[in-house]
Design a protein around this ligand. Sequence first.
Ligand SMILES: Cc1ncc(COP(=O)(O)O)c(C=O)c1O
Length: 412
Amino acid sequence: MPPVAESSLQVKADFPIFKRRFGGRELIYLDSAATSQKPEVVIEALAEHLRKHNANIHRGVYPLAQEADAAYDRARRRVAEFTHAEPETTIFTKNVTEAINLVAYAWGRANVKRGDAVLITQMEHHANIVPWQILCREREARLRYLEIDERGEISLDALQAQLARGDVALVAFAHVSNVLGTINPVAEMAAQARAAGAVSLIDGAQAVPQMPVDVEAIGADFYAWTGHKALGPTGVGVLHGRRELLERMEPFLAGGDMIASVDFQSATWNELPAKFEAGTPPIAEAVGLGAAVEYLAGLGMERVRAHERELTSYLLERLSQVSGVRPVGPPEADRRGGLVSFTVEGMHPHDVAELVGRSGVCIRAGHHCAQPLMRCLGVGATARASVGVYNDATDIDALVDALLAGREIFGL
Ligand SMILES: Cc1ncc(COP(=O)(O)O)c(C=O)c1O
């Protein structure tokens, strides 16, 4: 029997998808880094909103519209509270990708000048690379990379050396890498950037779902994340921004709701956060996200982190027992989030994912939207197993059994 740690959460029953069977087998979902499964309370909040409270927001004066307004505003307050941010500086976007693009367009175009540098790390997701490539090309700025070491970590000294060059306008980095699992020292990095006069942006897509995140304490200028990885619905993401910067920035998208007034030739902008929420926002999705963070807060994010740390430690231990398996990223579970990417000697990662999938085990294979990082690692792709609040040690055992069976099929 696998160990049941004291920190274990036992919440699988809260997630209706686990009632499903695939070819008679139960669902073993180890792909939460791609998207999380949803608890009944989130599904119900979304359905209940659409069933009973649906109207457009910030327009209607009738009671139903006021209910929709109240639900959207409540969702924003819950989300802001969850991450220790202010509601007015908590902007709903479509996803973290849109949140980062918002900063690249609305802040970057006005503030990054010819000859400036944008500094990111080699472990970024494409969402935190390509917007900066486009910005740098347009502004004739340079895109530089902080290197990762053989453990998959970056060095604060190297960051300091980059900043000391005096040309860095913005530093953007993941809180938790979606490939290596590395947890970056984000508060120190944001503080270094600030001391050097650079603006900082953190991609918190993999962090917010699995550990306590206090954006005020971290102190970055922008902190972005995505709802669907944090037990919420797809279609809603979040950007927390420093008020002074958001107030000075021009809008990203323009249209309804983001204006104070419009004349034939010009317009003035609405207050925060509406200034950055043009058009009808993802209302029901935001309500669903509000329910998701409430559910997570109810579990307690310290417990969520302890649970996922425990499972990651077990995952690393069990994978080390399968010959030919090579995990990437820091060896210690303490220094990583709830995922492990790995290669299997003699098997392509897609074959690995396909073979374990036959046993009902869902893992991801590919470049994980991090092609530059794959080049640094010297591989084209990896397999990746990632855990969520609903997993337990038996899921990891199922993965390892399926891997061993897969190796046999390949004659390894
Ligand atoms: C670290 C990181 N950043 C950004 C993203 C992009 O998320 P979304 O597609 O929700 O914008 C992901 C998701 O895979 C991610 O893991």
